[in-house]
Design a protein around this ligand. Structure first.
Ligand code: NAP
Length: 328
C-alpha cells in the first residue's frame, strides 16, 4: 500500500514539553497494547496508525509483551514502519518497555540488567530499528536493586539504543529514588507513564507533585479506563468491546451497576458540554497541567477520530470540575 502523509498534519495537534527536557510530545499519543497483535486485523491496525500520523500523532507507545502473541505488536509496528513510514523516522517518537513476563526462565521479566538489555535488543530486532526514542522500566522490581535497573537504562541511552529513559508504574517514593539515581548517572528520567483517568486518580496523591519537582513529564495511560469512560457500556456489553474480548484485560465483572450510574451522570454532563463522554474524559486528564500527553488506545479509525476531538474541548468551569468530583 502506498501512503503519502497528510501535508497538514502538524496544524491541529498541540505539542507539550515533556518535563524539563527538550522533547515535545503530542497532547494525544497512541498506544499499541491492544488491536495491533497477531490476533488482530493487520490492515485495520495500519489504518489506525497512519491516520494517527496524519493527525499529528508523532508518538507511538509499545512494550516487549504487547500482542497477543507477546512481541507481535512490535513486529506489526515494524512492518508498517518499513512499508509506509520509514522515510519519516525522524518525525516519530517510538517507545518500548521491559518489565513484564516475556520469555521463560529467570531472565525473562522484572528489572535485572540481564533482562532489560536483552529485551531492548529483541525489541529493536522486532521493530527493525537502530534505536528507540524512549525505553522504559515497565514496572518496579522489588527484588532487584533500583540502582541496577536504572543503570541498565542509563547504559542503553549511552549506547545509543535509546535516546531517553522512562519509568512506568513506579510510586511517588520509588520515582524520587529512581530520578536521583538517573540524575547521578547523567541520564535524567524523561517521563513517567502511570495509569490515570477519572476512574483512577492515584497519581494525584503525591506522584504528580514528585514529577513536577523532578522535572519529569507524565504520559497518562488508559485515560478512558480501557473504554469504560465512554457511552458503550451504559446499556449492555457490546460484542465488539474490550470487555467482551477474550484477549482483553478488561473483565466483564468490572462493569457494576454503581459504575454505570456514575458513567450515566458523566455522560449527561458531557452531552451538556456538547461532547462525547470519551472526549470529556480525555480533556479532563489533559486539564491537569502536569500531564504531558494522554496515551489512548483505539480499536478503529472512528474511535481515534472521536477521541482526537478532545483537543477542541471547551474549557472546564470550576462548577463542572466540582460536579465531576461529586459524581466520582
Ligand atoms: N505502562 C503500562 O503498564 C500500561 C498499561 C496499559 C496501557 N498502557 C499504554 O496505554 C495505551 C492505552 O491504553 P488503553 O488502550 O487501555 O487506553 P484507553 O484509551 O483507556 O482505552 C482504549 C479502548 O477504549 C475504547 N475506546 C477508545 N476510543 C474510544 C472512543 N472514542 N469512544 C468509545 N470507546 C473508545 C476502545 O475499546 P473497545 O475495544 O472496547 O471499543 C479502546 O480499545 C496502551 O496501548 C499502552 O500503550 C501502558
Amino acid at each position: 500500500m502506498t501512503y503519502t502523509p497528510n501535508t497538514d498534519r502538524y496544524s491541529t495537534m498541540k505539542y507539550n514539553r515533556c518535563g524539563n527536557s527538550g522533547l515535545l510530545l503530542p497532547a494525544v499519543s497512541l498506544g499499541l497494547w491492544h488491536n495491533f497483535g497477531s490476533v488482530d486485523d493487520f490492515n485495520n491496525a495500519r489504518n489506525i496508525l497512519l491516520n494517527a500520523f496524519d493527525r499529528g500523532i508523532t508518538h507511538f507507545d509499545l512494550a516487549n509483551n504487547y500482542g497477543p502473541l507477546p512481541g507481535s505488536a512490535e513486529e506489526n509496528f515494524g512492518k508498517i514502519l518499513k512499508q509506509n513510514l520509514s522515510f519519516y523516522r525522524d518525525e516519530l517518537i517510538i517507545s518500548t518497555k521491559a518489565g513484564y513476563l516475556m520469555w521463560d526462565g529467570p531472565y525473562g521479566e522484572w528489572g535485572s540488567r540481564k533482562y532489560m538489555i536483552a529485551s531492548l535488543d529483541q525489541s529493536l530486532k522486532r521493530m527493525g530499528l537502530d534505536y528507540v526514542d524512549i525505553f522504559y522500566s515497565h514496572r518496579p522490581d522489588p527484588e532487584t536493586p533500583l540502582e541496577e535497573t536504572m543503570s541498565a537504562l542509563d547504559h542503553m541511552v549511552k549506547q545509543g539504543k535509546a535516546l531517553y529513559a522512562g519509568i512506568s508504574n513506579y510510586s511517588a517514593e520509588q520515582t524520587a529514588k529512581a530520578s536521583k539515581i538517573l540524575n547521578e548517572l547523567g541520564t535524567p528520567c524523561l517521563i513517567h507513564q502511570p495509569r490515570y483517568s477519572m476512574l483512577d486518580r492515584w497519581v494525584e496523591d503525591g506522584l504528580l507533585n514528585t514529577l513536577e519537582k523532578e522535572g519529569i513529564g507524565c504520559i497518562a495511560f488508559s485515560p478512558l479506563a480501557q473504554g469504560l469512560l465512554s457511552d458503550k457500556y451504559l446499556k449492555n456489553i457490546p460484542a465488539d468491546s474490550r470487555a467482551a474480548n477474550p484477549h482483553g484485560f478488561l473483565q466483564k465483572s468490572a462493569i457494576k451497576p454503581e459504575l454505570i450510574a456514575k458513567l450515566t451522570k458523566l455522560n449527561e454532563l458531557a452531552s451538556e458540554r456538547g461532547q462525547s463522554l470519551a472526549q470529556m474524559a480525555l480533556a479532563w486528564v489533559l486539564n491537569e497541567q502536569r500531564v504531558t500527553s494522554v496515551l489512548i488506545g483505539a480499536r478503529n479509525v472512528e474511535q481515534l477520530e472521536d477521541s482526537l476531538k478532545c483537543l477542541q474541548s471547551p474549557e472546564f468551569s470550576h462548577e463542572e470540575l466540582d460536579l465531576i468530583d461529586g459524581i466520582l
